[in-house]
Design a protein. Structure first.
Length: 540
């Protein structure tokens, strides 16, 4: 037997395993039988839905833990009602009518249509399916690169757990799925160039109008150009691949201009990503904290991914190495990139572990544990590499028939949003200028728009640092909190119990406590502000 690296390379050239094929893997199946027989992959895809949303903490409602879903829904309805995308803000009284980019407009329309047809059930079901599809594509990609059952299954479960750091019914879920799909397409083209790579162009158009994360594809293509260029240096300066991906990247960049805002969208997204204020105040744009279970799972993948970059560089696989290093760096600066890192790192990690498995199991005697496990792995491989109608039938049943055992959400979670208090005082809230947290303001838009307009909601990129700092000073009881409330004509405050503002309002003679539900405090101004109607919901 040669060195481990030579043995691994020879084994992979012959297949992941050198053991003789036996059992299920050698049994041929007709096309119809393949589609009608459940596969292991089907079970994995459906089990992610069950694991995360049917029996997991919070169930399907966990997808509605972020209030941004509320204004996304109402944006979609605005588009359907007006037959155009909004170019000015319709939701606030603090910046009403000022220029605004609804840059996830297509996903917003999907949400609005689903709400009209199936209520919040339709939105959370689609979001759950998209996230499960993200995990499923990762699994198939790893199997395609040589990972077997004992490699792909643990990795995809750990990766899915790590990606739940950001699993919410919001447009970014589409970016996770598109990253998993497009990086596989690029890897397939690197192995065997095909015209299919040009399908990235229409995918880019769709992606751009669903979510601003399309820039992740542009970044990966740029890194692919650099990686193939470095690989060309060791291949007699053959720059064919590097030129190919440069053209593909340029085509995808041009395709991203096919959106209602044109190049202005790119300028807006660039400013958004570079905003120091957003990075300071928005948690998902801050560095990860390795305390929760999903972040510990991410840490494990991060350490393993960084470890294998040296092996990949040693073998001249610069594209994978650059992807892993770039997204690792991005994630350490902003935790929202963690699922993207999972999408690019897991397939590469699966391939490296497959090489190690091939070396370990090569020439193993029939009586050994290595031989037994390798046989099981080979026999299960076909079932990991195909799907059947059984991956779809349960989803259709859930969508059309439902289940009496599933508690589908009919509202946002009451544990995070003061839904009962808001319903009780709906008339007061919807006719007033309300100061509330950005999350609760998102819910007020969902519940009462167009009667309701808000001071500050989850669109931090729209409001900017000037108004954002005023929002923080008010909620934290800054020295000018009262003057700021008067400046913006705010006559109702829906306060969190832990806000310093709540204590100040209780002590103020100008404000009256209407109700304290334990989860929220509702205050009204005792004397209306001069020149500002309590019912005014237009711009200041």
């Amino acid at each position: 037997m040669g060195s481990p690296s030579e043995t691994i390379q020879n084994a992979l050239e012959q297949g992941v395993s050198t053991q003789p094929a036996t059992g299920v893997a050698s049994i041929g199946r007709s096309g119809l039988s393949r589609w009608l027989t459940p596969s292991f992959f089907d079970c994995l895809f459906l089990s992610v839905l069950v694991w995360l949303f049917a029996v997991g903490d919070g169930g399907w409602t966990r997808l509605l833990m972020d209030g941004d879903t509320g204004w996304h829904i109402r944006t979609g309805e605005w588009i359907l009602d007006h037959g155009a995308v909004p170019r000015a803000d319709p939701f606030s009284f603090s910046k009403f009518g000022q220029p605004w980019f609804a840059w996830e407009w297509l996903c917003d329309v999907v949400y609005a249509l689903l709400l009209r047809v199936a209520g919040l059930k339709g939105i959370v079901l689609l979001s759950g399916i998209v996230f499960a599809a993200f995990s499923a594509v990762l699994c198939r990609h790893m199997v395609w690169r040589g990972a077997n059952l004992f490699i792909a299954l643990p990795l995809v479960l750990i990766g899915t757990g790590a990606a739940t750091v950001h699993v919410l019914a919001r447009p970014h879920l589409w970016t996770l799925l598109f990253v998993a799909i497009t990086t596989w397409m690029i890897q397939a083209d690197l192995r065997r160039p095909s015209r299919k790579i040009w399908l990235l162009v229409p995918v880019t158009i769709l992606w751009t109008n669903m979510h601003g994360g399309f820039l992740a594809l542009i970044a990966c293509l740029g890194l692919t150009v650099i990686g193939t260029g470095l690989e060309a240096i060791g291949r007699r300066r053959d720059w064919t691949a590097s030129k190919r991906y440069m053209l593909v990247g340029a085509a995808c960049g041009l395709a991203s201009l096919v959106n209602p805002y044109g190049w202005e969208l790119h300028l807006h997204v660039a400013k958004y990503l570079q905003s120091d204020w957003i990075r300071e105040v928005v948690q998902e744009f801050q560095s990860p904290t390795f305390r929760s279970e999903n972040m510990m799972q991410f840490e494990l993948i991060l350490l393993a991914g960084l470890t294998i970059t040296g092996l990949m560089i040693a073998r001249g696989k610069y594209v994978d190495a650059l992807w892993v290093l770039f997204w690792a760096h991005s994630t350490l600066g902003s935790v929202r990139h963690a699922p993207i890192f999972v999408a690019v790192a897991l397939p590469a990690l699966g391939e490296e572990l497959a090489r190690l498995w091939a070396w370990w199991s090569k020439d193993a005697p029939r009586s050994s544990t290595a031989y037994a496990l390798d046989t099981i792995a080979r026999e299960s491989q076909p079932s990991l590499s195909r799907t059947s109608v059984w991956a779809v039938i349960p989803l259709v049943a859930l969508a059309c028939i439902g289940s009496p055992t599933i508690n589908w959400p009919d509202n946002f979670p009451k544990e995070l949003f003061p839904t009962a208090l808001i319903e009780k005082h709906g008339q007061l809230l919807s006719g007033s200028r309300v100061f509330a947290s950005d999350q609760w303001s998102d819910y007020l838009i969902y519940r009462f728009y167009p009667q309701q307009r808000v001071f500050f909601d989850g669109r931090s990129d729209f409001y900017g640092p000037a108004l954002g700092k005023e929002y923080i000073r008010i909620s934290q009881g800054g020295h000018d909190w009262s003057a700021l409330l008067e400046k913006h004509g705010i006559d109702v405050v829906l306060s969190r119990p832990d806000w310093p503002l709540a204590s100040l309002l209780k002590q103020s003679q100008a404000w009256k406590l209407v109700e304290d539900s334990g989860k929220a405090l509702l205050f009204v101004r005792r004397t209306p502000l001069a020149g500002i109607s309590v019912r005014s919901t237009s711009g200041a």
